[in-house]
Design a protein around this ligand. Structure first.
Ligand code: NAD
Length: 482
């Protein structure tokens, strides 16, 4: 059982909840209740937004911080997160089933590295620039100021990493934040609140109210919010986009995906060389990762070899309790999500695809929401399992005729978030990568780079996170003609 928390982090302190609902946190590896927290209401969101507004406008608080002071604050926050690495990793893995070997990297030292990256950008940011006027009509001062109060809504799959993607650029730009974590992952958000306090960040700069969808929707439409940054499902993103469109409110949407891994005909399939990179690209975090390459495109000339390699890889993964350091595939995050993933496996079988490995629940596991890593061969790209995001350890291998055909199939998707090209010839891989309609793609590897923009095209989203692009998305820009 984790430390019970009975309040929300608002205005730099602990505020009693204004409602009576609670969130019960269940460990998906064991099905045991491991914690309870209050569930936020609209009234709690009102208090959080008001605190964020006050902090934004307080010349003696966050609103008066220079870019260098903001950078120093981000460094202190990164240090405080580092001091809590063990606790954070175990809180995340106990809530969402992420293998501890993954959370110990991507949910701990990675988020603090993102904050340090944005500290660097904050310190060097040009908040005012003088541009020589066109046609000699005088100069223009281009002023960049914080866009204001940011509503940040995150999902459960990488709660700390995705929060850092939002907090880093927002604080670097001088904004204040109301963070709404997903009800599945709240314990780590409390540890973040402890880190914000210990880092001496002024009251109201970061406020945290865990709550469900309806309260999230209320936050999105709140009159005190100036920008929304959302990561989650495409369905929720569409609804949030509609609200922001009506309000003319800037919004960044990081949504779902169904990305393709293109194996070219010259690929070296030696798993001792590419196995680790393939797991990261295709199965990271039990398949519960937005950018995963869950469609494997294989040339007909080497189709059986690719199916064998991918099946061997998936079949060799150790399934187990997320807190066991040996675990490579943990449970699905909730019982309902496990049912959903199993529904897709049943649909794949019914559509006539061939299961080469997995396809059921791991033997001997009577507790926990586990699904075997599963590979389907003989999948047509129009099949439901090739078109819809499953968000579990389920891969589909699809045959193609030539490079042209591979690019066509990769692009025949409603989504466009990640992708990868696997080849012995990096130049050839880059040429193919340029033709895939997606926001990000790797050659012989895939993992987002914090210094480069990350985001999707089509139903995968609007706008970009990471890189200087995310900082730019948190500026209000004004031209003063002098
Ligand atoms: P979800 O959309 O159900 O929930 C995400 C968050 O949004 C939660 O905090 C939820 O409470 C809140 N929410 C849901 N509906 C809302 C609404 N109408 N208004 C305001 N808030 C709302 O998604 P999930 O199941 O938690 O996460 C999985 C999804 O997230 C997958 O589709 C995955 O691909 C996507 N995802 C995308 C990225 C990316 O960077 N593109 C990263 C991680 C996850």
């Amino acid at each position: 059982m984790f430390n019970a928390r009975d309040s929300f982090f608002i205005d730099g302190g602990w505020a009693a909840p204004k409602g009576t609902e609670t969130i019960t946190i269940i460990n998906p590896s064991t099905e045991e209740v491991i914690g309870r927290t209050p569930e936020g209401t609209n009234a709690d969101v009102d208090a959080a937004v008001a605190a964020a507004r006050r902090a934004l406008e307080d010349p003696r608080g966050w609103g008066g911080y220079t870019p260098q002071q903001r950078a120093d604050a981000l460094h202190r926050l990164a240090d405080e997160l580092d001091a809590r690495q063990g606790e954070i990793a175990s809180a995340v893995s106990s809530q969402n089933g992420m293998p501890i070997s993954v959370s110990s990297q991507l949910e701990t030292n990675y988020p603090s590295a993102v904050l340090r990256y944005y500290a660097g950008l904050a310190a060097s940011a040009e908040t005012e620039e003088r541009r020589p006027g066109f046609l000699g009509m005088g100069d223009t001062l281009v002023q960049r100021s914080p866009i204001g109060v940011v509503a940040a809504i995150v999902p459960w799959n990488f709660p700390q990493a995705l929060t850092a993607w939002k907090i880093g650029p927002a604080l670097a730009a001088g904004c204040t934040i109301v963070l709404k974590p997903s009800p599945e992952t709240v314990l780590d958000a409390y540890l973040l609140a402890d880190a914000v306090t210990a880092a001496g960040i002024p009251p109201g700069t970061v406020n945290i109210v865990p709550a469900g969808r309806a309260v999230g929707a209320y936050l999105v439409s709140h009159p005190g919010v100036d920008k929304v940054t959302f990561t989650g499902s495409t369905a929720a993103g569409r609804s949030i986009g509609e609200t922001c469109g009506r309000l003319l409110r800037p919004v960044t949407l990081e949504l779902g995906g169904k990305s393709a891994a293109l194996f070219l005909d010259d690929v070296d399939l030696d798993l001792t060389k590419i196995g680790e990179a393939l797991v990261t690209a295709c199965l990271l975090n039990n398949g519960q990762t937005c950018f995963l390459n869950s469609r494997i495109l294989a040339p007909r000339s080497r189709y059986d070899e690719v199916v064998d390699a991918v099946s061997t890889l998936a079949g060799s993964m150790t399934v187990g309790d997320a807190l066991d350091p040996a675990t490579q595939i943990g449970p699905m995050s909730t019982a309902a999500h496990r049912d959903r993933v199993e529904g897709y496996i049943a649909k794949g079988k019914a559509e006539g695809a061939r299961v080469t490995v997995g396809g059921g629940r791991p033997a001997g596991r009577t507790r926990g929401w586990f699904v075997e890593p599963t590979v389907f061969a003989d999948v047509d790209n129009s099949a439901v399992i090739a078109q819809e995001e499953i968000f579990g350890p389920v891969l589909s291998v699809i045959a193609y005729d030539n490079d042209e055909d591979a690019v066509r199939i990769a692009n025949e998707s409603d989504y466009g978030l990640g992708g990868s090209v696997w080849t012995a010839d990096s130049q050839r891989g880059q040429a193919i990568a340029r033709r895939v309609r997606t926001g990000t793609i790797g050659v012989n590897r895939y993992l987002p780079d914090m210094a480069a923009p990350f985001g999707g095209v089509k139903a995968s989203g609007v706008g970009r996170e990471l890189g200087p692009e995310a900082l730019a998305a948190h500026w209000e820009i004004k031209s003063i003609y002098v």
